[in-house]
Design a protein around this ligand. Structure first.
Ligand code: 13P
Ligand code: SF4
Length: 308
C-alpha cells in the first residue's frame, strides 16, 4: 500500500530525528513488530527500557508497560501511541487493596506481577514477570506471609513450582482466562505431533497440568527459546495470537498453530503504524509517573531486575 509505505518512511525519518527507540511486546500487530527496534516479553521490555540511551521511548504495548519504562527513565520522553491501551488484569487490583492486606499481615511481603499500575507497584516489595516469577519467589525469606497479586493462574503455577504457601489475589487476564482446556484438546486432536507452548496466565493451565504434571509453562520469550531448542516441528501456541507472529519470525521453518483465533488482546492491538507515526511527530501522548509514586515503585522493579 502506498499509504503504508509512506507511514513507514515517516517513522524511519522521525525515529532518527527524535533519537527514538520503538520497543514492542510480542502481542503487537505483525506490522508493528516489523518496525520495532526490539520485540520481547515484559521482562525483556523492562530491561531494554532500563538500558536505552535514546531520548524518546515509543512503547508499542499497554499502559502499565509504558509506566514501567517511565519509572526506569524519569528524564526520557515515554510515548504510548494510544492511551486507551490498558490491561484487564492490571485493572483487577488497587493500591488500597494491597495496603489492606499489609495491614492485616504485618511483616508480610507483596510480590506483584508487572501487569499492575505504578501505584500498586509503589505498595509492593518485589515485581515479577511470567519469565522470572518462580525465581523471585524462591529468593524470598522463609516464614513471612506472602501475597502474590494479581494473577491467580500465574500464582498457582508459582506455588506448584516452589511449594511456597502464599495468599493469592483473585485476578485474571480476560484473554488468557477465556482459553479453555477444550480449545487445547481440539487443537491437539487436529495436530497430534505438535508440542504445547502454554503461558502461565492461561485459565486452562491448572487443569492441563493436573493431567500432565511434567509440562513446562513459558513466558512469551520462553516460548521462543523452547521452540528453537525443541526437536518438535509443530507447536500449539496457548496464549494471545500475536505470539505466533514473533515465533514465525524468530523460528523459521517450524509451524505455529494458535490455540484459538479469538485469544486476541484488543488493548495490544490498539497500537498501529499510524498512531506510532503520530506519536513520534507530536511527542504525545506521554506517560509520566508522579515523583513520589515513581520513587517507591522503582524499588520492587529494581529488585526484580537484579534477581531474574
Ligand atoms: P509476558 O510477555 O511477560 O509473558 O506477558 C504476557 C502478557 O500478558 C503481557 O501482557
Ligand atoms: Fe493485559 Fe491480558 Fe492484554 Fe496482557 S493479554 S495486556 S494481561 S489484557
Amino acid at each position: 500500500l502506498p499509504d503504508e509505505s509512506q507511514i513507514r518512511a515517516d517513522i524511519e525519518r522521525l525515529r532518527k530525528e527524535k533519537n527514538a527507540v520503538i520497543i514492542a511486546h510480542n502481542y503487537q500487530r505483525p506490522e508493528v513488530q516489523g518496525i520495532a527496534d526490539y520485540v520481547g516479553d515484559s521482562l525483556g521490555l523492562s530491561r531494554q527500557a532500563a538500558k536505552t540511551d535514546a531520548d524518546v521511548i515509543v512503547f508499542a504495548g499497554v499502559h502499565f508497560m509504558a509506566e514501567t519504562a517511565a519509572i526506569l527513565n524519569p528524564d526520557k520522553t515515554v510515548l504510548l501511541p494510544d492511551l486507551r491501551a490498558g490491561c484487564s488484569l492490571a485493572d483487577t487490583v488497587t493500591a488500597q487493596g494491597i495496603r489492606d492486606w499489609k495491614t492485616q499481615n504485618p511483616g508480610g511481603l507483596v510480590v506483584t506481577y508487572v501487569n499492575t499500575t505504578a501505584d500498586v507497584k509503589a505498595e509492593s516489595d518485589y515485581c515479577c514477570t511470567s519469565g522470572n516469577a518462580v525465581q523471585i519467589v524462591q529468593n524470598l525469606p522463609a516464614d513471612v506471609p506472602v501475597l502474590f497479586a494479581p494473577d491467580r493462574f500465574l500464582a498457582a503455577h508459582v506455588i506448584r513450582e516452589t511449594g511456597r504457601a502464599m495468599d493469592v489475589w483473585d485476578g485474571a487476564c480476560h484473554v488468557h482466562e477465556a482459553i479453555r482446556p477444550e480449545d487445547v484438546q481440539d487443537q491437539q486432536a487436529a495436530y497430534p505431533d505438535a508440542e504445547l507452548l502454554i503461558h502461565p496466565e492461561c485459565g486452562c493451565s491448572t487443569k492441563i497440568l493436573g493431567a500432565l504434571p511434567e509440562l513446562q509453562l513459558y513466558s512469551t520469550e520462553g516460548m521462543v527459546h523452547r521452540a528453537r531448542e525443541s526437536a518438535a516441528q509443530e507447536f500449539i501456541v496457548v496464549t494471545e495470537t500475536g505470539m505466533v507472529t514473533r515465533l514465525e519470525h524468530d523460528v523459521p521453518g517450524k509451524t505455529f498453530i494458535p490455540v484459538s483465533r479469538t485469544a486476541c488482546c484488543e488493548y495490544m492491538k490498539m497500537i498501529t503504524l499510524e498512531n506510532i507515526r503520530d506519536a513520534l511527530e507530536n511527542l504525545q501522548p506521554r506517560v509520566t509517573v508522579p515523583a513520589d509514586i515513581r520513587e517507591k515503585a522503582l524499588v520492587p522493579i529494581e529488585r526484580m531486575l537484579a534477581i531474574g
